[in-house]
Ligand binder design. Sequence first.
Ligand SMILES: Cc1cc2nc3c(=O)[nH]c(=O)nc-3n(C[C@H](O)[C@H](O)[C@H](O)COP(=O)(O)OP(=O)(O)OC[C@H]3O[C@@H](n4cnc5c(N)ncnc54)[C@H](O)[C@@H]3O)c2cc1C
Length: 554
Amino acid sequence: MDATPILIVGGGPVGLALAGDLGWRGVRCLLVEQSDGSIYQPRQDLVGIRTMEFCRRWGLVPAVEASPYPRDVPQDNVYVTSLTGYELGREQFPSMGADRPPSVSPQKRERCPQNMFDPILRAFAASHPAVELRYRTRLISVSQDSDGITAEVEDGRGGRSPIRACYIAGCDGGRSVVRETLGIAMSGNPALTHTTNVIFRCPHLLLLHDKGEAYRFIIIGPEGTWATIVAINGRDQWRFSIIRGPQERELGTDEIHAAIRRAVGVDVDYEILSVVPWVRRELVADRYRNGRGFVLGDAAHMMSPTGGFGMNTGIGDAVDLSWKLAAVEEGWGGPDLLDSFEAERRPVGMRNVAEASRNLRRMLSPQPDPALFDDSAAGARERERFGRAFADAMRHEWFTLGMHLGYRYAESPICWPDGSAAPPDDPKTYVPTARPGHRAPHAWLADGRSTLDLFGHSFVLLGLSADAADVRPLTEAAARRGVPMRFIPLDAPDLLTLYERRLVLVRPDGHVAWRGDTAPADPLAVIDCVRGASRRGAGRTATGVSSQALATSA
Ligand SMILES: Cc1cc2nc3c(=O)[nH]c(=O)nc-3n(C[C@H](O)[C@H](O)[C@H](O)COP(=O)(O)OP(=O)(O)OC[C@H]3O[C@@H](n4cnc5c(N)ncnc54)[C@H](O)[C@@H]3O)c2cc1C
């Protein structure tokens, strides 16, 4: 029987990110994916700023920047009655090549559609000897016992075989078999809209209208926003989304052609490449863990794409779970460490799903006055009024630094609160803070690196003009518990101002676990807390079975 410490189900962006991060940590895992990995119709295209920070950690920024999405296409969002109709408003954004990172990050968000981004993650995962990727392999069922899980998988020829693992990570998307077999329900709204996505090729589309190159056109009719057109490769392919209400109704071919004609405003030649009807949902799994099974990505949360949070939230899940699985596998993770995955990530899932729905409501809600479509002075005034109001509302969706960088692990059992007040969790604004539970902030170091470049492989104890006597108790406590920790002294007054304490303990995922100006009164208690071993008693190390035990049982 095949045996692996960690079985990952699903080779979408989230499963690949989990496999890649585990492999990067040297932890063995096996990923099974039912398809051959080709993308029939790309969904995500916004790689958020936090995901780009992870890509930086993994050395993938050059690959993302070199992806075929053109770097010179302005990323404007344009509000129109049709491509050849009235322009009601526009939010201008530079092209990827011209854009620059904000001061709070060494990276910026990128446009890298799924058919370009998944292969980057796949190559990254495959580059680690600890990772095995098995395509055309479908999970059929899972059962678990006190020692591990047994999965039944089916290969491309219909042959079935069992795989034994310590843990199973369900990255198998919205219809997750893992979630179902773990008995985890989802709560929320199962149908916000029924939408039809049509990818069509039309090399001369830009020549037909005067709106110029842009990332997205939002099309407004008498009924309000009814469709969007997105430049998916920046040149000749477009994703046309026809948005309908919550009642199910598939569109016929004639209706699709009529809708394209209406959105463009004139007759046009084009070739339809694919049509995918899909349901926009607002759902979060009631639990993220059941025993030895976890759900993450779309298996754990399904949200409207308005905001581009779905994959980015899922990759955040993968980064959170990965170091915890590694800690348990390496023997220094405590018995409560894996439970902290749900405590930390489920509230983020709820938050992001809710904001995505708010964005959807903002996009769909305005009902234009019929005068908006009149070729008259009154029509021009209405277009001006509507355009300004709509642009104001849509800015919530376009400016989301707070969403991507400001999430925090407020209820985390493995962060040691320091009593300081949290900055507001505002979707738009990110306030850098090194408060426990938050992303350790970025600052440039004298040698040209970012603080973020210091984090990743182990815990890092930052010493910002700290006394050596205050450092030792923590490094010794970490050594006693076998917790990998690097002490990095930095004599940088600006950094002390930003991080606010002389000692800051940063976790392998880049979140702050503890901070103080002097050594904690009980350093072992702090180390046991941050490795998830405080509630059920210090001194215990790994949960579950080791891969060695598994190999024996297999
Ligand atoms: C129109 C649209 C635009 C979007 N834009 C963005 C965006 O710009 N930014 C963003 O962050 N998000 C965006 N999203 C959301 C994003 O696409 C998803 O959140 C993301 O793809 C989820 O990744 P995942 O790996 O969790 O799941 P998936 O991408 O669904 O991957 C799941 C994988 O599991 C495999 N699988 C399923 N069952 C099994 C099984 N039994 N055995 C083996 N394999 C299995 C599937 O074949 C699939 O490859 C968008 C979504 C839509 C619909």
